[in-house]
Design a protein around this ligand. Structure first.
Ligand code: UT7
Length: 332
């Protein structure tokens, strides 16, 4: 019997309208367009403005667009997995809220937290459900309202992040397309370099934690950079070697968008020319779980059936991984 593979049959993403530019940031903290472009490669990021709006509102737009685009009825969806580190609330899961807002009546749903590797881990989790044979249509979302945990008085982190959501539809396929392989790793000791200090069960919210500004991303940038640049490149090369892929076999690297220098280093280590590397960090910054589906969505028209893609990410946890995917459809 032919092996069932999970195939991406559609992709959609959504970003809020508001553009927070480097110029505007330079009026809020001591920074400059020059520093941000040279060190990170970001020009602007999108911010979800408005009271009472959260990651589910980003995800809802991505999912509704995906259903419309793929001509799928909400009733057909069996499972929704939402990768996020900025859930609407600690519970219930943001995936449940998105399902409700998008009118999905027959799906069970849950969130997955793996920071910037969240979409990759969720994609493979969705694929594993498809491979059981019991699930025909699975939606995997990456949604993060990073502005809700970004300290706009801290110049070392506030230029980095933006808000966005992306979603893919996974279905079973038996051909030589879909998710072919993956390698995922975690090192929990890395948490000291990248975390949120308060708001969890160890240090619940209090007046003190709010006053100490402990409900925001805390990052020791240089240490994270050193781990990220080595591990993201290593794991991308590892999956190439395991699948006997030469640089010329690969159509696209789809990297997590945290820093243009990390992206460039990964592409170089893989032996890829820059035109084979998806990059949109300049326009959106680091949208955590949403970067990879946001890239795929922006480049969708350039993708061809049979294209070999390597997806790679590194993020908080530490978590990192790579995934080898054969694209399953031509544009339109
Ligand atoms: O997606 C999750 C995983 N996260 C990552 O992969 C992020 C990894 N880290 C990075 O991308 C980089 O470390 C950052 C972009 C966060 C920082 O870049 P860096 O080249 O590592 O800068 P640095 O932290 O070493 O700081 C260099 C200098 C410092 O000044 P001194 O000590 O040399 O005088 C900082 O105070 O730049 C200063 N600086 C800034 N200057 C202007 C830090 N932030 C800013 C700023 N504007 N926004």
């Amino acid at each position: 019997m032919e092996e069932v593979r999970a195939v991406i049959t559609g992709i959609h993403a959504w970003v809020p309208e508001y553009r927070l530019t480097n110029h505007e940031l330079s009026k809020m903290v001591d920074t400059s367009d020059e520093w941000i472009m040279q060190r990170v490669g970001i020009k602007e990021r999108r911010i979800l403005k408005g009271e009472g709006l959260g990651s589910s509102d980003l995800g809802e737009k991505a999912v509704k667009g995906l259903l419309e685009k793929t001509n799928t009825s909400p009733d057909e969806i069996d499972l929704v997995i939402c990768a996020t580190i900025t859930p609407d609330m600690v519970f219930p899961a943001t995936a449940n809220i998105i399902s409700d807002k998008a009118g999905l009546k027959n799906a069970f749903s849950f969130d997955l937290g793996a920071a910037c590797s969240g979409f990759l881990f969720a994609l493979q989790t969705g694929a594993a459900y498809i491979q059981t044979g019991r699930f025909r249509k699975v939606i995997v979302i990456g949604a993060d309202k990073m502005s809700s945990i970004t300290d706009y008085t801290d110049r070392t982190t506030c230029p980095l992040f933006g808000d966005a959501a992306g979603a893919v539809l996974l279905e079973p396929g038996t051909g030589d397309y879909g998710i072919m392989d993956y390698i995922f790793r975690v090192d929990g000791s890395g948490r000291k370099f990248l975390h949120m200090k308060a708001g969890g069960s160890v240090k619940p919210a209090s007046h003190e934690t709010v006053n100490a500004r402990e409900h925001f991303v805390y990052q020791e940038g240089q240490s994270v950079f050193k781990f990220a640049v080595v591990n993201m490149a290593d794991i991308a090369v590892e999956i190439m070697e395991r699948n006997n892929l030469k640089p010329e076999d690969i159509a696209w690297l789809v990297p997590h968008q945290a820093n243009l220098r990390i992206i460039d280093a990964t592409g170089k280590r893989m032996g890829l020319p820059p035109e084979k590397v998806m990059v949109n960090i300049e326009n959106y910054g680091n949208t955590t779980a949403a970067t990879i589906p946001l890239c795929l969505w922006e480049y969708e028209k350039k993708l061809r059936k049979g294209d070999k893609l390597i997806l790679a990410a590194f993020g908080g946890g530490f978590t990192w991984g790579s995934l080898y995917l054969k694209w399953a459809y031509d544009p339109d």
